[in-house]
Design a protein around this ligand. Structure first.
Ligand SMILES: *[C@@H]1O[C@H](CO)[C@@H](O)[C@H](O)[C@H]1NC(C)=O
Ligand SMILES: *[C@@H]1O[C@H](CO)[C@@H](O)[C@H](O)[C@H]1NC(C)=O
Ligand SMILES: *[C@@H]1O[C@H](CO)[C@@H](O)[C@H](O)[C@H]1NC(C)=O
Ligand SMILES: *[C@@H]1O[C@H](CO)[C@@H](O)[C@H](O)[C@H]1NC(C)=O
Length: 275
């Protein structure tokens, strides 16, 4: 009984070892493409191949439309064109050889080039030494972790910003301080570096804009001039007012009042004589 159990176990183990071992060695499946990233709604050539000499069936599983471009006479490989890839996805390549099926995944990512890059400057000119912010936005761009937004002055990089996440709009906020009163010629560059995914570098640049920088002392002098002018006008007005009031009071005392009092003091008869 025990020897039978032992023998059957040994057979089972042997069978397991032999079959799983030979099964894995028997054939391999490989899926490849020249790049792992494709522009949204673009298409991708994918080669699905096996080491099996006479595969029974094989192919590429995807919900997207595909076309066979080329094929090995005995079906050892097939080259497909997968069409209209609009989001990140996984393609499954599979082959069946001697009643066994093996498969391999290919992850494909989608990119959107930075088609629209805009630069937003402070609403008016800035003062030397003042800190201000500049906003740069790249719209509908993907994937964000491949994106760098740079603030340029006369075409030279001043600051960079990188991103993370799954959003498709990226906004960089750059803090700047103007050190001299020269105007700044600013622009923003978006660089999408797809080289780690087998792609290339795609860049776009915003229109350049001029930011006027002025000396803060100019403003101070203007304020001082305005204040001094106001004080001067107030002083002159009050002096004039004093003079006029003084004149009026003086006339009232020595002129009008005196004449009336003298008239009243005159005897009635004398007053009525002219009438
Ligand atoms: C597909 O891959 C196989 C195996 O790597 C290769 O032999 C074959 O030439 C490739 N086909 C094309 C069209 O590149
Ligand atoms: C491509 O795919 C998108 C969404 O998956 C669909 O709306 C569009 O109609 C497709 N275009 C073509 C040409 O098949
Ligand atoms: C601003 O700099 C760009 C280069 O980055 C140049 O092409 C453009 O002519 C400059 N604009 C002015 C007004 O200097
Ligand atoms: C900004 O990034 C570019 C390329 O990514 C690099 O060449 C440059 O030195 C960086 N500049 C600054 C100021 O970080």
């Amino acid at each position: 009984m025990s020897s039978f159990a032992c023998r059957s176990l040994r057979i089972t183990l042997l069978a397991l070892l032999c079959c799983s071992g030979s099964g894995e060695k028997a054939f391999e499946v490989h899926v490849s493409s020249e790049k792992q990233i494709v522009e949204a709604t673009g298409s991708l050539k994918v080669n699905c191949s096996t080491s099996c000499e006479n595969p029974q069936v094989g192919g590429l599983e995807t919900t997207l439309s595909k076309r066979v471009l080329e094929e090995h006479p005995r079906g050892k490989w097939k080259q497909f064109l997968v069409l209209n890839i609009s989001q990140d996805m996984s393609l499954l390549c599979h082959f069946t050889c001697e009643e066994k099926q093996h498969s391999e995944h290919l992850n494909v990512r989608v990119y959107k080039p930075p088609a629209k890059v805009t630069l937003k400057l402070p609403p008016s000119r800035v003062l030397v030494g003042e800190t201000f912010t500049i906003e740069c936005t790249a719209e509908a761009v993907k994937p964000l972790e491949s994106l760098t937004l740079s603030l340029l002055h006369e075409g030279e990089t001043l600051q960079n910003q990188t991103f993370e996440g799954t959003e498709i709009n990226a906004t960089a906020i750059f803090n700047m301080t103007a050190l001299t009163k020269d105007s700044l010629n600013l622009s923003c560059q978006a660089v999408l570096d797809l080289r780690p995914h087998g792609g290339h570098i795609i860049s776009n640049i915003s229109k350049s804009q001029i930011l006027e920088v002025i000396k803060p002392t100019n403003g101070l002098i203007t304020i001082i001039i305005i204040v001094v002018t106001i004080l001067l006008v107030l002083f002159v007005t009050s002096v004039l007012l004093c003079f006029i009031l003084g004149q009026h009071w003086h006339r009232k005392r020595t002129g009008t009042y005196g004449v009336l009092a003298a008239w009243r003091r005159l005897p009635r008869a004398l007053r009525q004589r002219p009438g």
